[in-house]
Design a protein around this ligand. Sequence first.
Ligand code: PLP
Length: 466
Amino acid sequence: MRYISTRGEAPALGFEDVLLTGLATDGGLYVPESLPHFSLEEIRSWRGLPYAELAYKVMYPFVEDAIPADDFRKMLDETYSVFSHRAVAPLVQLDTNEWVMELFRGPTLAFKDFALQLLGRLLDYVLEKRNQHVVIMGATSGDTGSAAIEGCRRCEHVDIFILHPHQRVSEVQRRQMTTVQGDNIHNIAVKGNFDDCQRMVKESFGNQSFLGGKTQLAAVNSINWARIMAQIVYYFQASLALGGPDRSMAFSVPTGNFGDIFAGYLAKKMGLPISQLVIATNRNDILHRFMSGNKYEQHQLEHTLSPSMDIMVSSNFERLLFDLHGRDGAAVKALLENAAKGPVSIEDYRWKHARKLFDSDAVDDKTTCDTIRDVYEQNEYLLDPHTAIGVRAARNCRRDSAVPMITLGTAHPAKFPDAIAESGLSVKPQLPAHMADLFEREERYTVLDNNVSEVQGFIAKHWKNA
Ligand SMILES: *Cc1c(COP(=O)(O)O)cnc(C)c1O
């Protein structure tokens, strides 16, 4: 399988290089040149498979040039055995034909574990084979950092440096990063805000001379193709559990950078019967505004009760735009260069096509809280604020009550106690038993000034073979 850039100018790459690359050299994102397609008969034959085995069936075509089948199977067994539920992605029923898929049974209690647990193992495998080392550098305002750290803690060929804004992430989120033990794990608390952290990461990727040519930076944000790939699997899993592929399913997906829902779109293209995909956003609703009015326009960032969806632009949306433009990289490049300067639209027939593929809704904080409260009163089931947005959008956008509607449950409610409190419920979400001592564990992090040379100096000094 070859991978090509959405902007049409970077060289095509194989899986290993795509894994290590991040952004393409032309500024685009890598996508598979073609997708595998599974017949209904083949999908049907996967009923009852354990999650890791299903993951193998769905993903192997994407990696087969790089990894022997047995090695990949073993990696998947290890990856999904760290989840705390035997079904890995269990379904919980909310109403007649309405479900939440709990994607928060991994080590950091958010769906990002599905991809990052695998990504860490993939990186180490490929680096071992090539006798190479990388430094992962990333900025986080919460979920991504902890999932990346957990995913890479056992990697021998990876050092990971995660920047977070000092005293500006929640205590649960900070502790999930800073209590992970490992010589290759480095948490840096920057005396600045999230944008400062991101700027330093970007600048460092742009000029890596501070590493002295002895290692290179790698990215683990959601533009990495391997993350999207791992998220395709659970759409198949949910469908098979509810009678697919002989009936179609609807999914509602809490969305920020468009990674998780793009995986659902790919599952459909790969042959899974999906009749509806709902984009659920918070007040940072660039995607909903585009879907409603064919205008892609950046607004100011709003801080909401669902911080993992607080974005201004949606990076993976570029991958959909590429398909909407008949995979014409030059057209995507021109469009996104204009989008950086002001609002853009696409041709009407292309936009209408997008509206056939997706429905959308934007949910504000008050409605998020109302939904948390409603569902708790209806079922004594506690939603985290991101999942609540998905459930609300599912209920607003649903087209056919005979089709199972599945909302992706992206985080455990105990990660976001403030939103639960704000919804007026007196119940306090409890951390799962295996994490109950989080507040007693020892923390390790270094506070640094908001200064890129200081941060780079720290990295240059502390990676393994420095
Ligand atoms: C990252 C995240 C999202 C958004 O996922 P995207 O792939 O960026 O759309 C939603 N909910 C939670 C809890 C997250 O951590």
